[in-house]
Design a protein around this ligand. Sequence first.
Ligand code: GTP
Ligand code: MG
Length: 202
Amino acid sequence: MSTPTLTRKPIAGDRLVFLGSFPDTVPVPGLPEVAFAGRSNVGKSSAINKLLGTNKAARVSSTPGRTQAVNLFEVEKRLVLADLPGYGFAKVPPEVQARWKDLVEGYLVEREPLRLAVVLLDPRRKPQDMDATLIWGLREARIPLLVLATKVDKLKRSKAAHQLKLLRKAYGLSVEECLAFSSLDGTGVKQAWKIIDAAVGG
Ligand code: GTP
Ligand code: MG
C-alpha cells in the first residue's frame, strides 16, 4: 500500500493546520507527536478542540464511533496532535472494531515521533478492562503517558477528587500523570499544555 500524502489544510492560518484523515497508513509529518486515545465517546476530539481553543479542528459527535481514522493536526509548526479512533463501542461491527484496534495499536507501538500518549477516561465509570490494557501496553512500550479524567464538569468537586484518587490507584498513576479535565469549562487545560509542551521539548 502506498503511503498517503499530507493535506495541509489551514484551520487557523499557520498556527493550526489539518494534515489529513488516515484510515490505514499514517504518514509521518516529522514533528514531535502527541496522540489522544480512549473509549469511543469519552471526549478525545472535544479535548483536542479545547486544547487548541477552537471548535473547528476535530469532529465531535454524540454518536459514538465518529472518529474512524487517525486525524492529524499540526500546531504552531512545532508539534502534531493525533486524534485516534475510540474503542469499545458495542454497536460498531466486530470487523470494524478489529480494524480500528489494528490501526490504533499499530500507530502507538511503531510511531517513532510519538512523545506522549494522552489517554482519556471517564471518572464516572469504574476502571475498564480495555482502558487498563491500553495503559499497561503504553507502560510496557515505555511511551510517556498522561491520563485526562474528563467530563469532570458533570461531577461535584469532592466526587471528582475521590474518583481521581481511585483512577490513580487502579492504574498506578502519579498525581502529574492523571489530571482532572473538562472540555466544557476548561478544567485542566493549562496543566495539560504544560505536560504536552514538556514532552515535545518546549
Ligand atoms: P469517538 O470519536 O466516537 O471515539 O468519540 P470522542 O472520544 O472523540 O468523543 P467526542 O469528543 O466526540 O465527544 C463525545 C460527546 O461527549 C459529545 O457529545 C461531547 O459534546 C461530549 N463531551 C466531550 N467532552 C466533554 C466534557 O468535558 N464535558 C461534557 N459535559 N461533555 C463532553
Ligand atoms: Mg472523536
